[in-house]
Design a protein around this ligand. Structure first.
Ligand code: V47
Length: 377
């Protein structure tokens, strides 16, 4: 690999990584500009294996998107509907939302992941009661709910501070925050694709507060639309800077842009090479965030497997009932079983481990000879 790294102009970056020296903004831009995907992947895989060897994490989770009514007009979104009565707009009653969990009483779920549109008319009690009810149904299940964008929206709509909203939701059962809503932090991009939702500084501040209150969270980056390579690196460095302060991010999740049924449908989707490169560069730049997640719904199953050799060590989970990507043209399955994910991971030459939201191992799937993988659930 030495000759290859030299040829790709990556020896200085390799040397920095060897010496434990942080990569700079310019290093990040250079990595994105480099055409030798194998060389970048080799470096990223080395960092991945230093942290996790071949271990690859996933969880048994459920998506709950209780409403798609949303006052924000993000150009990339195929899920939201502006008005409550618009075609395909929906808002679940609390009973309907709780039923989603009740009807899975037989599933050994460890997480419910809730993301909603920014609904202008629901009372705050809808969200607190939603959480309380989910906890009554399954007290042991971790509730990872509401993006920082939703938290900011609640604060503005209900006249509370961001911290008050977080505290009241925690009181009702909130355990951690998902990473959605980050998109690309650069002001230029936000002004164009998501001008009417909370800005980068507030997004990061809400995660800062959540971490101070004792919660963990994830952070995402929506890539493959109008952002420049410099803006991607800037985004990663802002995540890294907050992580230096708080240590509260668990995973960085690159989200591949899906162009169907939204206002940016003229753009092509990101290529496979770009997807692998984004995961790899994230692993190299984000030396302080433990996990890089290849969200299989967004990447597709084949690329998710490959990404496990390009810096990623996590695949998200069984998901179930995902709407945001499927309405934007994702042709991945709507759900995976834990056995299916374990099989996928093993087929990629990696070691599957079922985790809970906080990365405690809950199941080590056993290989059953001639039958692929059994998860013993
Ligand atoms: O914030 C919306 C993205 C996000 C499109 O925290 C789109 O564990 C691509 O945040 N094409 C929501 N992306 C999903 C999300 C997430 C996913 C997996 C795990 C976690 C976690 C969080 O989906 C939104 C937005 O960035 N999105 N529309 C689209 N057309």
């Amino acid at each position: 690999m030495d000759a290859r790294l030299r040829h790709a102009g990556l020896t200085a970056i390799r040397d920095k990584l060897d010496a434990g020296i942080r990569l700079s903004f310019d290093d990040g831009v250079q990595l994105f500009a480099c055409d030798d995907l194998q060389a970048i992947g080799w470096l990223a895989n080395r960092e991945r294996e230093k942290r996790h060897a071949g271990r690859t994490y996933y969880n048994y989770n459920l998506r709950l998107e209780a409403t798609n009514v949303c006052v924000a007009t993000c150009l990339f979104c195929s899920f939201s509907r502006l008005e409550p009565g618009a075609p395909q707009a929906y808002t679940m009653s609390l009973e309907e939302a709780w039923d989603k969990l009740r009807s899975r009483a037989n599933q050994p779920l460890t997480e419910v992941h809730v993301v909603n549109g920014l609904h202008p008319d629901l009372p705050f009690s809808y969200y607190t009661e939603l959480l309380q009810g989910l906890k009554v149904i399954r007290p042991e299940v971790h509730l990872k709910c509401f993006t920082a964008v939703e938290i900011a929206f609640f604060a503005d709509l209900y006249g509370k501070t961001d911290e008050q909203v977080l505290r009241e939701l925690m009181e009702a059962g909130l355990d951690s925050l998902p990473g959605g809503g980050a998109e690309v932090f650069a002001e230029r991009v936000r002004r164009k694709i998501c001008h009417d939702k909370c800005g980068a500084d507030r997004y990061l501040d809400i995660h800062r507060i959540a971490h101070r209150l004792g919660m963990r969270s994830n952070v995402t980056m929506l890539y493959g639309h109008i952002e420049t390579m410099e803006e991607r690196v800037d985004h990663m460095l802002r995540c890294r800077a907050l992580q230096d302060e708080t240590g509260g991010f668990q995973a960085f999740i690159p989200l591949a842009f899906h162009p169907e049924n939204n206002q940016m449908r003229k753009l092509p989707p990101p290529t496979g090479t770009d997807t692998l490169k984004v995961h790899a560069v994230a692993r190299l730049m984000l030396d302080n965030i433990p996990h890089v997640k290849a969200f299989w719904i967004a990447t597709g199953l084949d690329l998710a497997q490959l990404a496990l050799w390009y810096g990623a060590d996590d695949l998200d989970g069984t998901v179930q009932e995902e709407k945001i990507y499927h309405m934007a043209g994702s042709n991945t399955p709507e759900a995976m079983t834990t056995a299916g994910i374990a099989r996928l991971v093993r087929a990629a030459g990696r070691e599957p481990l079922e985790r809970d939201t906080l990365y405690n191992i809950v199941n080590v799937p056993q290989v059953v000879e001639n039958q692929g993988v059994s998860v013993g659930l």
